[in-house]
Design a binder for this molecule. Structure first.
Ligand SMILES: *Cc1c(COP(=O)(O)O)cnc(C)c1O
Length: 390
């Protein structure tokens, strides 16, 4: 898939690896090991077996009859990443990377987390494989996400509070990278989205691509053709790149990424380097990453994966924004019409379907990627109603 484009970790001008030499050596070794295993039949068989027996894949492609009637136009199909064990797509990536770590002889996994979702997924994979798990988390984030800290601890992980800097995600990343450089012989840094220096964006895409591998086959079974469009939300970009992967070389399929209006990286960003790679970035006048805010914690990141940056600037994919109000409407409508409470992140993709579907006739078919389930968000939505925000 796109092997030429991915050469040396560049997607057009985006991607690459902007890190100190000590870290570059570790990343070069990781690149070699990933190249060795990614097409290895035994490795892939073990990965697929884990997805089947631990995650519950494949998950369905569900025809959303009532949502289709409500929006009008194209048939809407939902790719059900919400039905995975732990309730979202993140598990596909953490299992893949944990398996890679095991093959590389690492027995210690480290990861960073902001909202806690990636930390919980990483802790889950480590429990499955019997590996030691250290999660670095900003002091402030730990306070805000106390329940996720407890989840990680239940799963056997050690959560380390990061006090330096502002006590946020960026500071946790810095500490995790220092740990990796010091302990690379025994330690694997498990990264949570399709971001970071090469080879991470390619690794994450490889493991998340299982979603579009399945949906392509499922759409042929149900409709006998390719979908007309695939719609997915983008935070760092991992569920979207997985939902797009097997359609990138199918020019008839529209690829539509959706961002919150308050974190419109692809819609409004300009090229810059952040966290060791080049991408479209929301910056202030001094070139500093702009603070973002989203009602969906998983979307609060001023950067975006390098491949999405390239898909945007090359015109292969479209990216658009939705408002908070549109997201909340979609969150309610999918719950009422289909009995599926989506994650607030995924509700962004549903909100975009409302704008896209009426432009097609009933013969057309859209795939909306439901990246996760909404159980985690119900308390927050309840509070927003109580406070009269909606
Ligand atoms: C983390 C998360 C996202 C955003 O991350 P991506 O890497 O862009 O996929 C979206 N949806 C859910 C449910 C998440 O947990």
């Amino acid at each position: 898939m796109n092997d030429v484009m991915e050469e040396k970790g560049y997607f057009g001008e985006f991607g690459g690896s902007f890190v100190p030499p000590s870290l570059q050596g570790v990343l070069d070794r990781l690149t070699d090991e990933f190249e060795k295993y990614k097409d290895d039949p035994d490795f892939n068989a073990e990965y697929k077996e884990c997805l089947r027996d631990h995650v519950g894949r494949e998950n369905p492609l569900t025809f959303a009859k009532h949502l289709t009637e409500a929006y009008g136009g194209a048939k809407i199909y939902l790719k059900r990443e919400d039905l995975n064990h732990t309730g979202a797509h993140k598990i596909n990536n953490v299992i893949g990377q944990a398996l890679l770590a095991k093959k590389m002889g690492a027995h210690r996994i480290i990861a960073e987390t902001g909202a806690g979702q990636h930390g919980v997924a990483a802790a889950t994979a480590c429990a499955m494989f019997g590996m030691e798990c250290i999660i670095y988390m900003g002091k402030l984030d730990m306070k805000r996400q106390a329940l996720n800290v407890f989840r990680m601890e239940l799963l056997g992980a050690k959560v380390v509070s990061v006090d330096q800097g502002q006590g946020r995600l960026k500071d946790a990343v810095d500490v995790a990278l220092n740990d990796l450089v010091e302990n690379y012989e025994t330690t694997f840094y498990l990264l949570g989205s399709a971001v970071g220096p090469h080879p991470y964006p390619s690794i994450v895409k490889h493991f998340q691509a299982v979603s579009s591998e399945e949906s392509k086959r499922q759409m042929y079974e149900k409709e006998g053709k390719l979908p007309d469009a695939v719609i997915a939300v983008t935070g760092g970009g991992s569920n979207a790149i997985g939902a797009f992967a097997h359609y990138i070389d199918e020019p008839s399929v529209r690829l539509i990424g959706v961002e919150p209006e308050e974190a419109a990286t692809l819609s409004k960003g300009t090229p810059a380097v952040i966290h060791g790679f080049k991408c479209l970035l929301l910056q202030d006048e001094d070139g500093q990453p702009s603070p973002t805010y989203s009602i969906a914690a998983g979307l609060d990141y001023p950067g975006i994966g390098p491949e999405h940056s390239y898909l945007k600037t090359s015109g292969r994919a479209e990216y658009a924004t939705v408002t908070k109000k549109e997201v909340m409407e979609a969150f309610e409508l999918l719950s009422k019409k289909e009995g599926i409470i989506p994650a607030l992140e995924s509700a962004h993709a549903v909100a975009m379907a409302k704008k896209i579907a009426p432009g097609y006739d009933r013969e057309a078919a859209l795939i909306v990627n439901i990246s996760g389930r909404g159980d985690k968000d119900v308390q927050q939505v309840f509070d927003m109603y109580q406070n009269g925000e909606f």
